[in-house]
Design a protein around this ligand. Structure first.
Ligand SMILES: Nc1nc2c(ncn2[C@@H]2O[C@H](COP(=O)(O)OP(=O)(O)OP(=O)(O)O)[C@@H](O)[C@H]2O)c(=O)[nH]1
Ligand SMILES: [Mg+2]
Length: 289
């Protein structure tokens, strides 16, 4: 712990190596020297290939131009169409001045069989404690596991593409209900406008002041990016969405308890043999937890 307190002190003073080291320690399951803070994070999610990483690159430009710092926690930036490489290129491109304002960390879910819940929140709090102004959590894809990850963010941006299939995927996964703002990227493509209209009309059932806005943006042309950044700064969440997020976080904690239980192996074997029922298995793991 004394190590991490020293690292925190150095990280607060702007030492990026110490910050990286501290974040790695926490990612590996060591206790964080920062108490649960007020660190606010923005979760960015959406189906693969819709342009999340490209958009984050553009958002970084806007923040850096405004003199604001940004830290990105990229979760699983290893998909075939991943923007991990894009962000990497970006880092190489930025000049020394502006890259002082940018910090990118990658996290791999496969290293965290119990889920990311134990490290994500403490990492956000450390970044916030070290004065990182914008903290972004980027996920790949729009399935259940991505929902679990973005649910730890305080605001959620859903990025979708003009492709009907992508939008259906996000709808099916239930991400629409969690999003505080929805953007349709690739507005330079002809189908984007129609896609935005379709999403809007889907949302307008039961519309009220908490219904998220739908904006058209293009990471390629830059259209709508500043507006998106401003909209994110001003967006509020709704009690319904907050409830959904808390629910997902609880499910993550529940999963984590199950998956990291010492009784897991035993219980699986017993289940396989048919010597206990599923309910008995659950009871056994609950007792152990
Ligand atoms: N036409 C067009 N293409 C775009 C735009 N933004 C991104 N793309 C392209 O879409 C592809 C995917 O972009 P990424 O930024 O990697 O998308 P992603 O959502 O991060 O992808 P994953 O990380 O794999 O989920 C790339 O070929 C981009 O060049 C845009 O505004 N317009
Ligand atoms: Mg990406």
């Amino acid at each position: 712990m004394s190590d991490s307190i020293d690292l925190l002190q150095e990280a607060r003073d702007g030492n990026r190596r110490s910050l990286s080291k501290l974040l790695t320690l926490v990612e590996e399951g060591n206790p964080s020297p920062v108490e649960r803070g007020t660190g606010l994070s923005l979760g960015i999610t959406g189906p693969p290939g819709v342009g999340k990483s490209s958009l984050i690159g553009k958002m970084i430009d806007v923040w850096v131009d405004r003199g604001e710092s940004v830290a990105v926690l990229a979760v699983d930036p290893s998909s075939p169409r991943s923007g991990g490489a894009l962000l990497g290129d970006r880092m190489r491109m930025t000049n020394a001045d502006s890259s002082d304002l940018v910090f990118i960390i990658t996290l791999e879910t496969r290293k965290h069989p119990g889920g990311l819940m134990d490290c994500l929140t403490p990492m956000v709090d450390i970044l916030s404690e070290c004065s990182w102004e914008n903290i972004v959590i980027e996920t790949v894809g729009a399935g259940q596991s991505e929902i679990r990850v973005v649910a730890f963010a305080d605001r959620i941006l859903l990025v979708d593409g003009p492709d009907r299939g992508d939008i259906i995927q996000a709808e099916k996964a239930g991400i629409m209900e969690l999003a505080d703002l929805i953007v349709i990227n690739k507005s330079d493509l002809p189908e984007a406008e129609r896609a935005a209209k379709a999403v809007k009309s889907g949302l307008s059932v039961g519309e009220d002041e908490t219904t998220p806005d739908v904006l058209l943006v293009s990471a390629h042309s830059g259209e709508g990016i500043e507006e998106m950044v401003d909209a994110l700064a001003n967006t509020t969440t709704s009690p319904d969405r907050e409830r959904l997020r808390v629910r997902e976080r609880l499910i993550s904690a529940w999963d984590s308890t199950l998956l990291t239980s010492n009784e897991l192996e035993n219980t699986l074997q017993e289940l396989e043999k048919g010597s206990i029922t599923l309910q008995e298995a659950v009871d056994c793991i609950r007792k152990e937890g």
